[in-house]
Design a protein around this ligand. Sequence first.
Ligand SMILES: *Cc1c(COP(=O)(O)O)cnc(C)c1O
Length: 411
Amino acid sequence: MITRKEALKLDRADPFARKRKLFSIPRGMIYLDGNSLGVMPKAAPARVKHAVEVEWGRDLITSWNKHGWFHLPRKIGDKIARVIGAEEGSVAVADTISVNLFKVLSAAVQKRHERKIILSDSGNFPSDLYVAQGLSQFMADGHTLKVVEPEQVLDAITEEVGVVMVTEVDYRSARRHDMKAITARAHEKGALVIWDLAHSAGAVPGRLMEVDADFAIGCTYKYLNGGPGAPAFAFIHPRLQNEVMPALVGWWGHAKPFAFAQSFEPAPGVTRLQCGTQPMLNMVALDAAMDAYRGVDMVKLHAKAARQCQMFAELAEERCGKFGISVHGGRDWAARGSHVCLAHEEAYAVMQALISRKVIGDFRAPNLMRFGFTPLYVGYADVYDAVEHLYVVLSKRLWDKPKFKAKAAVT
Ligand SMILES: *Cc1c(COP(=O)(O)O)cnc(C)c1O
């Protein structure tokens, strides 16, 4: 079992240790929830302050040109493209994942309109499934969402499937789909693939072009640290960009928005995915946040996360197994995402007790505590200390209090 001294030694040798200085982490807090809401980049407040006081407050509407507001989503899209393995000019930044999924799913379904099955799996994030259900109902054209077990996706891709819609990293188990194999099978059978990168972007090496993905979506408030409500992104492969038409379009996606023409003419490329005016205060914060990824080798970054996940899972089982803790999901750390779920009967209360000790993770129903390891700012000693807190909470039954059992609106 690793000792705290050894964990500190790993921190001293960590090539990403200097990145931690770019983030504002409250004193004494061990933040293992960067996969839900990333910590604040230190560069963000000054950038937002400038946007509020100078750009909004003084320059007002001229800021769309003068401060580059109008083109900012595309500029940020290029920064994100580098992290997710996409080409420049192929990532739009707008809205939320759910909204962007509606756009790309509608475009994909229309491109394969003769095929009626949208295929997904039971490990997918529920919102993605809701969007597919809503769209199928709205079209009333016989489209159905078929949901199989994650292990069955590959075999379920038949010639009846028009669109495969899956999330690379499972939000609970951190199981990672084989993007290359699924995309290749889908193409072999004539289907299109949409990848949700919510728990991938900024966590695992981005390979969109390498695997020949058709579409992708993802958010920026998790690993990318864009802030609460930061706009999401959407990718379309260059070969498809000018061939697809989302069902949800608006003037920001028009070829000539300021011609105010009566009918819609899509802008070239991914700009057609932008519907309307985007939130500039969030956008500038995201722009500042993306600079933390400059020069980051994603393969090395993920290797650090895998090591931290393994260390956490092994320590948790060794120290806390006797209190009913077990690791949810597999142990092939190098092939997984950057978080670990621990199962426990009283997961909710245990997590609340941990949070009261400034060890922050989240609860996922029915019985999981989820801990995210965001290697840009989480250290090995943090991992060690988090397990020690867990040990104290469990061994002293500190979780067994009414105040830790009352469920809040957001878990
Ligand atoms: C977090 C997450 C979302 C969130 O969607 P929003 O519409 O941006 O709130 C969607 N899909 C997955 C897989 C997620 O993990």
